[in-house]
Design a protein around this ligand. Structure first.
Ligand code: NDP
Length: 276
């Protein structure tokens, strides 16, 4: 069994019904944390056939790692829902030690079940619809801000806490395709740095993990995939795996991350080599 260095900690991973978030939640549970798993609905796990239900995800993590796992669901672009879910987590576990804001994705107003896995149909800086602009910004930036606002005060009170926001290397460069998503993730990076500054006196770290292309079912379903880059090992010129994101999040939540704050950590195999 891996060193259970998160034993006694409570971690909430937003957007852990599937994809990267699910693996992060499972990884933190494997390190001993009690975890709160979350998706927008009890069965949104079915979108890419990753699980029959959110509860099934919670049960699988609990069965694998033996810890306490709570499943909560709701749309985190809604402030009242954010408050309700935060309260549910606190009622069950008493506090939130580690917050991972992972909910997001380049998914427009049609949702993941829409054409092309839900990416905005005109996904550039000019032709994208106003509805898609609002949705992408809300899904990536507002969810992060609202959940930080709900959880941080209690961390301030306890003078302890770790916040890891999932950004993207898309937010660290200009691009035509996925322009609003890139802008939203860049804003997540900047919001995280601002929050990190505010929380310094309170001993709460705030960092960003910015993944490169990571092999998740939605990733595979929503773009032309370069098969030569689906490799486990032996080269960094490949896509990444959710476990590699989970390991970075765990490091930032560990004792080793105690003096690291306000950083944007690319986890992209060195694809982008300029300062973040
Ligand atoms: P998935 O689409 O597989 O998972 C996204 C998660 O976010 C789901 O759990 C989804 O819930 C949740 N979510 C989406 N919108 C909302 C909302 N409004 N309120 C609450 N929850 C919401 O994506 P990935 O695992 O691929 O990506 C996870 C994160 O990593 C995202 O932030 C993404 O932008 C980022 N990222 C991913 C990369 C990749 O290559 N995969 C690269 C760089 C960054 P539900 O299941 O209910 O829809």
């Amino acid at each position: 069994m891996a060193d259970q260095y998160l034993q006694g900690k409570v971690a909430w991973v937003t957007g852990s019904s599937r994809g990267i978030g699910r693996v992060v939640a499972s990884h933190l549970a494997g390190l001993g944390a009690d975890v709160v798993v979350h998706g927008t609905s009890p069965t949104s796990t079915r979108a890419f056939a990753e699980a029959d239900s959110l509860q099934a995800v919670a049960d699988a993590i609990s069965a694998e790692h033996g810890g306490n796992v709570l499943a909560v669901h709701g749309d985190l672009t809604d402030p009242a829902t954010v408050d309700r879910l935060t309260e549910q987590a606190r009622t069950r576990f008493g506090r939130i030690d580690i917050l991972v804001n992972n909910a997001g994705g380049d998914i427009g107003a049609q949702g993941v079940l829409g054409e092309g896995g839900g990416k905005p149909i005109h996904n550039d800086a000019i032709e994208i619809s106003v509805e898609d602009i609002h949705t992408v910004i809300n899904r990536n930036l507002m969810t992060c801000i609202l959940v930080c606002r709900a959880v941080a005060p209690e961390m301030i009170e306890r003078k302890a806490g770790r916040i890891v926001n999932i950004g993207s290397i898309a937010g660290l460069a200009g691009r035509t395709n996925g322009a609003i998503y890139a802008a939203a993730k860049a804003a997540v990076h900047t919001y995280s740095r601002c929050l990190a500054d505010q929380l310094r006196p309170h001993n709460v770290t705030v960092n960003v993990v910015a993944p490169g292309g990571i092999v998740t079912p939605r990733f595979l379903a929503t773009r032309p995939v370069d098969q030569s880059k689906i490799q486990e090992d032996g080269t960094l010129v490949r896509y990444g795996w959710p476990e590699e994101i989970a390991a970075s999040v765990a490091f930032l939540a560990s004792d080793g991350g105690s003096y690291i704050s306000g950083q944007v950590l690319r986890v992209d195999g060195g694809m982008q080599l300029w300062p973040s």
